[in-house]
Write a protein that binds this ligand. Structure first.
Ligand code: SF4
Length: 348
């Protein structure tokens, strides 16, 4: 094995110069993939955890320059699911084996604490053996606390880029990297299992930015880490920028597995969008989570953060069957438990 990769696997770290070298070349890719797979199997065996994704609102008050459902895109067809519709998604997902429901949406002021807490507690009451994950952006610490008390125990909030200057190139000035990071530490302090992550190949991104992302993740020490290639949306200010590559995303997935051996890491839909075998390759490179879509088919093609998004036409059962086949073909098996994080072999 290459000495550098051996060092990364043993110490879970490299210095900036070494990281920069490994990120910038394909010469370590085979070793990285094999070492990352060995590490995931040591901790999680061949299990791949499934999360039922429910995209429940594509209204958003923000204007992130890369996002297809940004407030400024007047051509986006907007939708909100009702509480009953969200619960129906869970009803459909439970018999399919889902024990985690991920409620994902834009930053939609309609879903204030009262409404969102009501939805979370209804899901917990009806499905007490299931975890509820929220992915609804930046909110106040008090709001996060209310939602935690209502029964949400996991929260996904990608930091997107840890470098404040790069962050400023991807977002309008009313948003800040500082607040995004504060939200993440608030969530952690409250007791959530926290997920963060970043886009690969976003406009203006440098290798130095990626190293900042890895350093920030070391500081945050999240339970879940989601990365996916930036994928262009034609109705954004970044329409002229190329999408990120599957190759670099896969390399970074392996690096993440070695730096954060316990982490729950999804093989994302965006990776499957830029490469037909992206999700299978992602699993082989260290990812251990897939997130089939449980949203009603009628709204699937409206939640378009980027162009060409896959899996917008299938019913939930078809999505699960397709992913099950993909997971098997990659050499793993879908696990139907809650899939909590395992730190030092202990399931939390
Ligand atoms: S990335 Fe998230 S916060 Fe930004 S515009 Fe899109 S949905 Fe809203």
């Amino acid at each position: 094995m290459e000495e550098t990769i051996q060092k990364l696997a043993a110490s879970r770290d490299l210095d900036d110069g070494e990281l920069s070298f490994v990120i910038g070349t394909d010469r370590f890719d085979v070793e990285l993939k094999e070492t990352a797979d060995k590490k995931r199997r040591e901790i999680y065996g061949d299990s791949v955890f499934i999360r039922g994704l429910i995209e429940f609102t594509n209204y958003c008050k923000n204007d992130c320059f890369y996002c297809g459902i940004r407030h400024g895109n007047k051509n986006a067809e907007r939708f909100r699911l009702s509480s009953d519709e969200i619960l129906e998604c869970c009803e459909e997902g439970y018999p399919l084996g889902f024990r985690t429901f991920v409620l994902q949406g834009g930053e939609d002021p309609f879903f204030d604490d009262r409404i969102l807490c009501g939805i979370v507690s209804s899901i917990r009451e009806r499905f007490p053996d299931c975890a509820v994950t929220l992915s609804v952006g930046e909110r106040s610490r008090d709001s996060y606390l209310e939602l935690y008390r209502a029964g949400a125990t996991r929260y996904l909030l990608r930091h997107e880029t840890a470098d404040p200057v790069h962050y400023g190139k991807l977002h309008p000035h009313v948003m800040s990297s500082e607040n995004r990071k504060k939200c993440l530490f608030d969530l952690k302090e409250i007791g959530y299992q926290v997920g963060s992550g970043f886009m690969v190949g976003s406009p203006y991104q440098t290798v130095r930015n990626i190293i900042s992302d890895l350093r920030f993740l070391q500081k945050l020490d999240p339970d879940m880490i989601g990365i996916g290639p930036y994928v262009t949306h034609s109705e954004t200010p970044f329409a002229g920028f190329p999408s990120g590559s599957a190759e670099l995303t896969l390399r970074l997935l392996s690096i993440l597995r070695l730096m954060f051996p316990h982490a729950l890491i999804p093989a994302t839909t965006s990776l499957g969008t830029v490469s037909p075998t992206g999700r299978e390759d992602g699993l082989r490179c260290g990812a251990n989570v897939v997130m089939p879509n449980l949203s009603p088919v009628k709204v699937r093609n409206k939640y378009l953060l980027y162009d060409g998004k896959i899996c917008t036409g299938e019913e939930s059962a078809q999505c699960v069957a397709c992913l099950d086949a993909r997971v098997r073909s990659a050499g793993y098996r879908i696990s139907v438990d809650r899939g909590d994080v395992r730190r030092d072999g202990v399931t939390e």
